[in-house]
Design a protein around this ligand. Structure first.
Ligand code: NAD
Length: 398
C-alpha cells in the first residue's frame, strides 16, 4: 500500500498509516490537477486538506486509488459523485475542529465588541485612548447564528454560558439547545441580532447567499462574522457596509480566493478596514484539532483498507464487520440493484466456499457487502466476482 499525504497533515496521520504497513509520502503543500494526476500513479490512499481539488478527471486517471482522506471538515474539493462511480471511499473529520472554530468565534465577538482591534492599533502607534465609547459587554447581546450544525450549535452553548441571548436560523429542522430561539426566516434573525455569525455548510446553493440585501437588513451598529466558507459572502457589499458605518465591525476567516500556501500574497476587498479582523482560514487550525483530525481520518483510512470498514464514510454505505482472524475477507462494492447479494452468494456456493460472516448495506446507488470466508477458496472466485456486471470494485482484504 502507498499513501500520499498532501498539505501538511498532522504527523500522527503518517505514523498511523505507517503502523498499518503503508509506505507514506508526505508533502507540505497542495497539488494542482496535473501534479496530482502524476503523483497518484500506484497510490492507494490520498490525504488532502481543503486546497487540493480532486475532480473526476483525476479520479479517472488513478485506477489504483482506493480511498481519499479529507483531513478537514468539508469535502467539496472532491468530486464525490465521481468517487462513488469508481468505488473510491471518501472520509473526513466532521467534528475534530468544531471546538477550535467556536473558540475563535467567541474571541472575535469579544474583541470586536470591545473594539480591541482599534485600541491595539492605537497603542502600537503610541496613542493612549482610554475611553468606554463604542465598547460593550457581550453579556445580554443577541447572537444570531446562521447554520445550526456542529459548529453553530456548539457556539450557541458557549455563547449562552457567557450570558448572550442566542437566536439561530437553519434551513433544516434543528433542536434548539438551552434557551436558544429558532428564527422562522433569515430576515427575522438579521433584523434582531446584534451579532450575526455564519456557520452554513459548503453546498453549492450557498454561493453568494449573503450580500447587499442581507447586510442592509442587519441592525445599524451590528457585527458580522464568517468562519464558514468564503464563497458564501459578497465582500464588496461587506466593505461598503463597514465603510458607511452601518456595520460596526467584522471578522472574516474564509475568502472566495485564498492563497495556495504560506507566504503567498493575500488579496482582498476587506484589507485595511477599521475594526475588521482578518485571519488566514485558521478557525480550525489549532494543534489540538490538527492532531485529532490526523488521528481520526488516518484511523478511518486504515480501517477501510485493512478491514473494509466504512463507518462515517462520506460516500460509501456504512458497514463494519469485526475482524475475524484466520480467514479471508472479501469486500464487494456494487451498483445497488436487486439480486446482487444472491448472485455473490451463488458464486461462492458454486465454488464450495463457506461463508463465515457477512454484512450488507446500501446507500443511494451503491451497495457494499463484506463477506468472511474459510481459508480454502479457489482464486477464480475473485475473478468471477470482479466480472459481475454490477461490480464497482472487489478487494480481498486478508
Ligand atoms: N474556518 C475554519 O477553519 C473552518 C473549520 C471548520 C469548519 N468550517 C466551516 O464551517 C461550516 C460549518 O461547519 P459544521 O461542521 O457546523 O457543518 P454542519 O454541516 O454540521 O452544519 C451546517 C449547518 O448549516 C445549515 N445550512 C446550510 N445551508 C444553510 C443556509 N443557506 N441557511 C441556513 N442554514 C443552512 C445546515 O442545515 C446545517 O445545519 C462549514 O462550512 C465548514 O466548512 C470552517
Amino acid at each position: 500500500m502507498r499513501a500520499l499525504l498532501l498539505e501538511n497533515v498532522h504527523a500522527d496521520a503518517a505514523a498511523a498509516l505507517e503502523a498499518a504497513g503503508c509506505a507514506v509520502e508526505v508533502v507540505d503543500r497542495a497539488y494542482d490537477e496535473a501534479e496530482l494526476t502524476r503523483a497518484l500513479d500506484g497510490v492507494q490512499i490520498l490525504g488532502i486538506r481543503s486546497k487540493t481539488e480532486v475532480p473526476a478527471a483525476v479520479l479517472a486517471a488513478a485506477p489504483d486509488l482506493l480511498a481519499i482522506g479529507a483531513f478537514c471538515i468539508g469535502t467539496n474539493q472532491i468530486d464525490v459523485a465521481a468517487a462513488d462511480q469508481r468505488g473510491v471511499a471518501v472520509f473526513n473529520a466532521p467534528f475534530s475542529n468544531t471546538r477550535s472554530v467556536v473558540e475563535l468565534a467567541i474571541a472575535e465577538i469579544v474583541a470586536l465588541t470591545r473594539r480591541l482591534t482599534q485600541k491595539n492599533a492605537d497603542m502600537h502607534a503610541g496613542v493612549w485612548d482610554k475611553s468606554a465609547e463604542g465598547a460593550h459587554e457581550i453579556r445580554g447581546r443577541r447572537l444570531g447564528i446562521v447554520g445550526y450544525g456542529n459548529i453553530g450549535a456548539q457556539l450557541s452553548v458557549l455563547a449562552e454560558a457567557l450570558g448572550m441571548q442566542v437566536l439561530f436560523y437553519d434551513t433544516a429542522d434543528k433542536l434548539a439547545l438551552g434557551n436558544a430561539r429558532r428564527c422562522e426566516s433569515l430576515d427575522e434573525l438579521l433584523e434582531t441580532a446584534d451579532i450575526v455569525s455564519l456557520h452554513v455548510d459548503g453546498r453549492s446553493t450557498n454561493r453568494g447567499i449573503f450580500g447587499e440585501e442581507q447586510f442592509a437588513r442587519m441592525r445599524r451598529g451590528s457585527l458580522f462574522l464568517n468562519l464558514s466558507r468564503g464563497f458564501v459572502v459578497d465582500h464588496d457589499a461587506l466593505r461598503a457596509h463597514i465603510e458607511s458605518g452601518h456595520l460596526a465591525g467584522a471578522a472574516v476567516d474564509v475568502f472566495p480566493r485564498e492563497p495556495k500556501g504560506r507566504g503567498e500574497g493575500f488579496v482582498s476587498e476587506l484589507r485595511g478596514l477599521p475594526n475588521v479582523i482578518l485571519t488566514p482560514h485558521i478557525g480550525g487550525s489549532t494543534e489540538e484539532a490538527q492532531q485529532d483530525i490526523g488521528r481520526y481520518v488516518a484511523g478511518k483510512l486504515r480501517d477501510y483498507v485493512v478491514d473494509g470498514a466504512t463507518s462515517m464514510s462520506v460516500n460509501l454505505p456504512h458497514l463494519a464487520l469485526p475482524p475475524k482472524p484466520g480467514g479471508h475477507r472479501i469486500a464487494h462494492l456494487h451498483r445497488n440493484v436487486p439480486g446482487v447479494l444472491a448472485a455473490i452468494n451463488g458464486l461462492l456456493a458454486d465454488s464450495k466456499v463457506n461463508i463465515e460472516g457477512q454484512l450488507l448495506n446500501t446507500r443511494g446507488e451503491l451497495g457494499y457487502v463484506l463477506t468472511d470466508v474459510s481459508v480454502d477458496y479457489p482464486p477464480v472466485v475473485l475473478d468471477k466476482l470482479a466480472a459481475m456486471d454490477e461490480t464497482v470494485r472487489v478487494r480481498l482484504l486478508s
